[in-house]
Design a protein around this ligand. Structure first.
Ligand SMILES: [Zn+2]
Length: 186
């Protein structure tokens, strides 16, 4: 008998109509988050077989003063509560931004069947960018991942949010004369 080998990570499948519907809703939730001063990230959890939405959430870190109040983490908890089971094999998590290590860990711990995300997060992403938590063969559960769905509007929402926030925090100085010379340009 051959020794049992860890399964290879599932290959990326194509986004379904239900994924697209859920992502449009997640983008709307992300926009609503931005409108109340939260980093614009939205998430929806739906039942993969039927497309039935089980839970949704947007980022609420500032309002709840909760470092764990990320959109997908809250949506996962609400979905588990809705189905009365912490195991979400039969569910798809759709989120506008690549999950961080905490959320990717929660996705694995909840045994989520599928993950669909929008923009990559090169600074904190733990599905592809910095770590590959959802497909790591050393862990006891692997998630089928679809990345990059509606990545552009998701990334643009985040860029606009941070642009606006920077402008609020630091009003641009009036330009007088030439720009200061940086040491490396002198
Ligand atoms: Zn997170």
């Amino acid at each position: 008998m051959r020794p049992k080998r860890p399964q290879p990570p599932p290959t990326q499948d194509a986004p379904t109509d239900a994924d697209k519907r859920a992502m449009r809703r997640a983008l709307k939730l992300a926009r609503d988050a931005a409108a109340i001063g939260e980093t614009p990230v939205g998430a929806v959890v739906y039942e993969t077989a039927t497309g039935r939405a089980l839970a949704e959430a947007s980022n609420r870190r500032e309002h709840d003063a909760d470092p764990c109040a990320h959109a997908e983490l809250m949506a996962i908890r609400a979905a588990a509560e809705a189905v009365g089971d912490w195991r979400l094999h039969h569910c798809t998590v759709v989120v506008t931004l690549e999950p961080c290590p905490m959320c990717a860990g929660a996705i694995v711990n909840a045994r989520v069947g599928r993950l669909v995300y929008g923009a990559d997060d090169p600074k904190a992403g733990a599905v592809e960018s910095l770590y590959e938590i959802c497909t790591d063969p050393r862990l006891n559960h692997r998630v089928s991942v679809v990345r990059g769905l509606m990545a552009k509007p998701s990334a643009e929402l985040l860029r606009a949010f941070f642009r606006e926030r920077r402008a609020k925090v630091k009003p641009p100085k009036p330009r007088a004369g030439r720009a200061p010379v940086k040491p490396d340009q002198a």
